[in-house]
Design a binder for this molecule. Sequence first.
Ligand code: ZN
Length: 322
Amino acid sequence: MKKGILSAGLLLIYSRLFCWGFYMHQQINYHAVFLLPPQMMIFFKPNIGYLTEHAVDPDKRRYAVATEGAHHFMDIDHYGAYPYRDLPRDYKSAVEKFSADTLRAYGIVPWWIQTMLGRLTKAFREKDARLILKYAADIGHYIADAHVPLHACSNHNGQLTNQQGIHAFWESRVPELLAADHWDFFIGKAAYIEDPPSFIWARLLESAAAADTVLRCEREASLQIRPDQKFAFEERNGILLRQYSTTYALLYNEKLKDMVERRTRQSIFAVASLWYTAWVNAGQPPLDRLMNGSLSLADQQEYQLLNLEWKKGKVLGRDCGE
Ligand SMILES: [Zn+2]
């Protein structure tokens, strides 16, 4: 019996990898709501359940749409060395230089966030509650992904340095262990972003610059711990799982000097600030009379389909965690 449980646990070890993990994406969108001014809070707070639940739709979409994966990352080191001046920040110029296919192959997250910002701004302008919520949830996901160092690095799961699994270790295991009881989500207020493209690129470049540290700290931690202490069978959501041990995760977090918490807080600030910026740029439409954004029948069907594909569990295109 015990053996059965153990092998089930082995099968479950990070068999599903998600950007930031489902838990953290939901936490980030949830906490972002509390940074908004009252004129926005009046609409966003009653819909906080939607924004939280749908924070992970873009990851589910990767199971249904082959082109979705490119929206979540950029292997920016493909374009040379930091700060990657060879890569034009403007999409059109970048296409002219490298072709749209090449850009997609190495990920387009900074441009995709700008597309989402345009859509969200339009939805505010048109006071379309349903689309405001949809794009707000989506842009929250993509800008949060841009804060993850391994989303800005071609060695995205440590596959080039024999550190496979590090992606989920950083973005899922560490936060799931620490966020609820130890992290501070009191962040202040959303800010208006004067120059969204520069803001978005700056976050991605920070991630790219931090990727080395993410990899180096894990290497150092692995030398400091006995191989048999690295993994452990520990309970998670009532299931016994073989995963990075608590001891190892805490050691890693210590070496990172709380980087995961810092990037989480910065993600929350960025999400709220992009929402706020879209609303301001749309002319600050009053949101108090908008309906509560409940899903239309077509939306419900699309969402059901998304969940169905996701449950089948096959990512189309590249999985950003593997
Ligand atoms: Zn993602």
